[in-house]
Ligand binder design. Structure first.
Ligand SMILES: Cc1cc2nc3c(=O)[nH]c(=O)nc-3n(C[C@H](O)[C@H](O)[C@H](O)COP(=O)(O)O)c2cc1C
Length: 216
């Protein structure tokens, strides 16, 4: 099963709505079963409450439903606009409340000795090198419960690529690496820059969508 997670307040005329229609049309052409989670349409409450934080609240059926959908899927497509160089609060709240410890990951005891020395002395300064990043992420002791699920993150930006590269804590680091890869997902990313006043999706973005979606 494929899951599309749509986090935009408008689902008919926006650039994100065009992306949603394009992804759905690809899944239909590929004959894939899919379900759409439209967070605004579902009126999802993105706020992690005091009771929920303290594990005193009854589980929210919508959270349980989303967790089951993700667990049963082999591919999750995230569609959202970049707001303040990150995800809209609605999607951030989805991560806070749905991608929870126990469900999506668990911490194990931190390593000591040489691995810890490596991470803290050398690793932390050279994380921009893929080679070091890969070693450090393997050393970090986490059970990654969402391993085996592919994620495709499709972002629209009002601005050009330079503003994406300018600030290092851009959504590819925060969303793709620190949330989705952290929980074990394999992530592909599609960036649609300068997404303003388009009447339809540029062919290059359509091509990226077609090649990123899982064919099997
Ligand atoms: C609250 C807010 C914050 C935004 N922050 C950014 C930003 O940090 N970088 C950027 O390139 N565009 C930013 N934008 C522009 C949106 O990304 C852009 O309008 C949107 O991706 C276009 O797609 P849409 O028509 O589906 O809304 C922001 C827009 C809003 C409403």
């Amino acid at each position: 099963m494929k899951i599309i997670i749509y986090a935009h307040p408008e689902n008919k005329t926006s650039h994100n709505a065009m992306v949603l229609r394009e992804v759905i049309s690809n899944f239909k052409n590929l004959n894939k079963e899919f379900q759409v989670i439209d967070l605004y349409e579902d009126k999802f409450n993105p706020i992690l409450s005091n009771d929920e934080y303290n594990l005193k609240a009854n589980p929210d059926p919508l959270v349980l439903k989303y967790q089951k959908m993700i667990k049963d899927s082999d591919e999750v497509v995230f569609i959202f606009p970049v707001w303040w160089n990150s995800a809209p609060a609605m999607l951030k709240g989805f991560f806070d409340r749905v991608i929870t410890p126990g469900f999506a990951y668990n911490f194990k005891p931190f390593p000591t000795g040489l691995p810890m020395y490596f991470m803290d002395s050398i690793g932390k300064y050279f994380l921009e090198y893929n080679f070091i990043y890969n070693i450090v992420t393997r050393l970090i002791p986490i059970e990654r419960h969402l391993t085996g699920i592919n994620a495709v993150v499709i972002n629209t930006f009002g601005g050009p690529e330079i503003s994406y590269r300018l600030y290092h804590k851009n959504p590819s680091e925060v969303i793709d690496q620190a949330i989705l890869e952290f929980c074990g997902m394999k992530v592909k990313r599609i960036n649609w820059f300068n997404a303003q006043r388009f009447k339809e999706i540029p062919q290059s973005i359509k091509d990226q969508i077609a090649t990123s979606l899982k064919k099997n």
